[in-house]
Design a protein around this ligand. Structure first.
Ligand code: 5CA
Ligand code: ZN
Length: 409
């Protein structure tokens, strides 16, 4: 699948610091040591509705990861998927009397436009579930060979008992796992399963649903978790640096994905760290396509909102906190953007290096974007109140804000 064009990342003086980030699996901060090519997998959209602020906030967090790594003069091998065949997409297409392929293509195209507008750097590889089916089938076959699967009325399940490390990503107790499994696409109540938590690897063809020739698996379509495992492991290998997504993916999606890969390869771990962004809500409810309580990036753009202001509104929250979208947040971001733009429009100003250092420091410390904004605010205030005579300082600040925060002033 085609990704989207990258906005330019200006070079900054000096070099950034190594990223320390909170790992869900160990519940602590980890200093990553990614080598010359950092490896990042972020779970992509299920394209049945447009990008909302929750998606945008999650992709913003991982865009910061990529930008911090680029600033340490590393390359970044970033892979993202598109879940372009799955139950919610099929249900929505059916409801609206549309071909599921058309729905997926249209919403993916809109997502790309939103990502470009928000200045999110693209993944190096952007891969759809449908195009990954030829990779998924042999993986399920191998899982069957190692004894990690069983069949139920033609459907193929993964046995969580096959991975001794099952449960270590999310660290949840069984009752919580069971409740979340029911909420998030699992089928813990289905009779005949060995463990209620066992997830589907291959869904046997059903009347009126799309299916593919699965070879020895029979006609059907892939389960959700194996999709991301195939796309990630075949491009990044085992033990890549960060598996990322919103906190709603820690269980079951990332837990199951890790177990699929670990059982398949007999190697540990799937990812070195599991990083999760908080949930963005509206009026106290998680913003979700299924609930329909959405503030859409594309709608705000149509209303004439500057995407740089949307991005500043996202950056005003630490990525791990849960927060609610409000119109007031957007107003604050619009004001901040105007102040920053005025401050960098002069030829000289207060020294820029402290701002570069502070933004780098803030982001390297678990992506503390609110602290980064405070540093730029302080410089803009100084510029407005007293000015400064460092020639070129506004240019350096402007490039810092662009390179590290993805905001073009
Ligand atoms: N296609 C799967 C991942 S393989 C999926 O979860 N798609 S999604 O469209 O539902 O979500 C895309 C990304 O946005 C995921 O990382 C998800 O965790 C994140 N996300 C969804 N809703 C919110 C929200 N309200 N706040 C923050 N992030 C969210
Ligand atoms: Zn995923």
């Amino acid at each position: 699948m085609r990704a989207w064009p990258a906005s330019e990342v200006p070079a900054l003086p000096g070099k950034g610091r190594d990223l320390r980030i909170f790992d869900t699996s160990t519940q602590g901060l980890v200093t990553l040591d990614p080598g010359s090519v950092a490896r990042l997998y972020v779970c992509g959209i299920t394209p049945y509705d447009a990008t909302h602020m929750g998606h945008a906030a999650t992709y913003n967090a991982f865009d910061l990861v990529q930008r911090v790594w680029l600033d340490t003069q590393r390359q970044v091998h970033y892979v993202q998927n598109v879940t372009d065949v799955d139950d919610p997409l099929l249900e929505r297409a059916k409801r609206d009397g549309e071909r599921w392929e058309d729905l997926a293509e249209r919403e993916t195209a809109l997502f790309r436009e939103d990502m470009i507008a928000l200045r999110m750097l693209p993944p190096r590889e952007y891969v759809g579930a449908v195009e990954a089916i030829p990779e998924i089938i042999p993986m399920v076959e191998r899982l069957r060979e190692v004894g990690a699967t069983y069949e139920l009325d033609g459907d193929i399940y993964f046995s969580v008992a096959a991975d001794p490390h099952f449960g270590e990503v999310s660290g949840l107790d069984t009752a919580t796992m069971r409740a979340l499994s029911a909420e998030r696409g699992g089928d813990p109540e289905r009779p005949g399963k060995k463990n209620p938590l066992d997830p589907l690897l291959w869904v046997a063809a059903r009347e009126g649903e799309p299916h593919w020739d699965g070879g020895s698996l029979g006609p059907g379509r892939p389960g959700w978790h194996i999709e991301c495992v195939a796309i990630a492991v075949n491009r990044l290998g085992m033990g890549f640096d960060i598996q990322g997504g919103g906190s709603d993916l820690a269980f079951p999606h990332h837990e199951m994905g890790a177990s699929h890969a670990q059982a398949l390869h007999g190697e540990y771990p799937f990812a070195r760290t599991y990083v999760h962004a908080g949930m963005v809500g509206l009026d106290g409810e998680k913003m979700s396509k299924s609930q329909g309580n959405l503030v859409l990036v594309s709608q705000l753009r149509r209303d004439g909102v500057d995407p740089a202001a949307i991005r500043l509104a996202l950056l005003a929250h630490h990525y791990r906190t849960d927060w609610d979208w409000t119109d007031a947040l957007l107003d604050e971001a619009v004001t901040r953007l105007a102040r920053w733009r005025a401050a960098v429009s002069r030829p000289d100003g207060p020294p820029a290096q402290p701002v570069v250092d502070a933004v780098r420091e803030a982001l390297a410390h678990d992506l503390d974007s609110p602290a980064a904004l405070v540093a730029v605010d302080a410089w803009a205030t100084e510029q407005a109140e007293r000015g400064g005579d460092d020639e070129g300082a506004p240019g350096v600040v402007s490039r810092t804000v662009d390179a590290l925060l993805g905001v073009a002033l």
